[in-house]
Design a protein around this ligand. Structure first.
Ligand code: NAD
Length: 359
């Protein structure tokens, strides 16, 4: 494949995915297509912006005419689709933005792929007898489409969808559209559903970077409800590695769950962060625990997510490269070394959003 469009490449996960593809595919042009919303930041890609196989195109996936120009310019062989509105809290206050970007935006991309690619009608549910693929639509999704778990059990690739927030419902709709285009038109596709990511470049509205930022600044650490919400966490660079490996090696028509085999209750996670950060900041042990502040719960909050990534491990041999404690340490170091990045993204619009959300 000569030209690959990665959508949402200026965002948190997208920037790591772009870097992974640029570094491992010197003969392929990697086109980072991004609208640069509040969550997109080209600073995330400063280290690779001069690489000869990297190019940035500003375009909005909700605007088909903008997408068409990029498709006409590059005639892409594949699309790796990450662009999305991604924050559950924002989806509660403004669901339409999520439906426009995550559902309509995905449909716009699929329609252009359908128009530009010669699709193979000889398939069963997007699975082709001849695996020599010329094109691929690889859709990046979340484990939140599966809904909420009780105290036991794991999400499998076969688990029924049961999304509970406008964000997860919009992602579920986009997953269904991708599979429907595979089934109906022979679009070669792959979908992967991943658990919560953490790591460098994470916008500080999400739990881990928000707490890192607030521990540095000795501001309250807002924890929803009783703090017992449980999530599986994966270091973002391990997610980017998984996406690259799936892109290269997986069969079309497949779905993969990606996760860290690493469940944490929010309160325990925040205490681990405090432990590591107080040591790095040379503060007394437990100093920042006084910042923990329980806040009113998010409406319809899912209790527990836990993902089983065994299929990915068995089929492709992928597994996380770092433990959670190691990944958290690397993440904290990155934020401490990049205070300017943090200051830039926490000024302006984000500040207004933060004050409204937690006042
Ligand atoms: P993010 O919010 O950090 O980045 C999203 C990127 O998409 C930004 O660069 C933004 O500018 C761009 N974008 C938004 N709307 C756009 C539009 N209309 N047109 C073009 N670009 C647009 O998100 P993230 O956390 O990096 O998530 C990336 C993808 O991975 C999303 O599809 C998300 O659903 C999925 N995902 C995220 C997580 C997680 O923990 N963050 C976990 C599993 C799956």
């Amino acid at each position: 494949m000569k030209n690959i469009i990665i959508t949402g490449g200026a965002g948190f996960i997208g920037s790591h995915v772009v870097r992974e593809f640029v570094k491992n595919n010197p003969d392929t042009k990697i086109i980072n297509l991004d609208a640069l919303t509040y969550a997109g930041n080209l600073e995330n890609l400063k280290d690779i912006e001069d690489e000869p196989n990297y190019v940035f195109e500003k375009a909005d996936i909700t605007k088909p005419e903008e997408l068409r120009k990029v498709f006409e310019k590059y005639n892409p062989d594949a699309v790796v689709h990450l662009a999305a509105e991604s924050h559950v809290d924002r989806s509660i206050t403004d669901p339409m933005a999520f439906i426009n970007t995550n559902v309509n935006g995905t449909a716009n991309l699929l329609n252009l792929c359908k128009e530009f690619w010669t699709l193979n009608p000889d398939h069963t549910h997007g699975r082709f007898p001849d695996e020599k693929r010329n094109n691929l639509f690889y859709h990046i999704s979340t484990d939140e489409v599966y809904g909420s778990l009780g105290e036991t059990g794991f999400f499998l690739e076969t688990t029924s969808y049961d999304p509970q927030s406008p964000y997860s419902a919009s992602k579920a709709a986009s997953d269904h559209l991708v599979r429907a285009y595979g089934n109906t038109y022979g679009m070669p596709f792959i979908v992967s559903n991943c658990s919560n990511n953490y790591g460098p470049n994470h916008f500080p509205e999400k739990l881990i970077p928000l707490c890192i930022s607030n521990i540095i600044n000795e501001k309250p650490l807002p924890i929803y409800g009783d703090g017992k919400y449980t999530r599986d966490w994966l270091f973002v660079i391990d997610h980017a590695r998984a996406i690259h490996q799936i892109f290269k090696e997986a069969k079309t028509g497949e779905t993969y769950n990606i996760g860290g085999f690493n469940e944490w209750q929010n309160i325990d996670l925040v205490k681990e962060l405090i432990k590591q950060m107080d040591a790095k900041l040379e503060r007394p042990e437990g100093y920042s625990e006084k910042l923990i502040t329980f806040v009113k719960d998010r409406p319809g909050h899912d209790k527990r997510y836990a993902i089983d990534a065994t299929k990915l491990n068995k089929d492709l041999g992928w597994k996380p490269s770092v433990t959670f404690e190691e990944g958290l340490g690397k993440t904290i170091d990155w934020y401490l070394e990049n205070k300017e990045w943090l200051e830039n993204v926490t000024s302006g619009d984000y500040q207004k959003y933060y004050e409204k959300q937690y006042s």
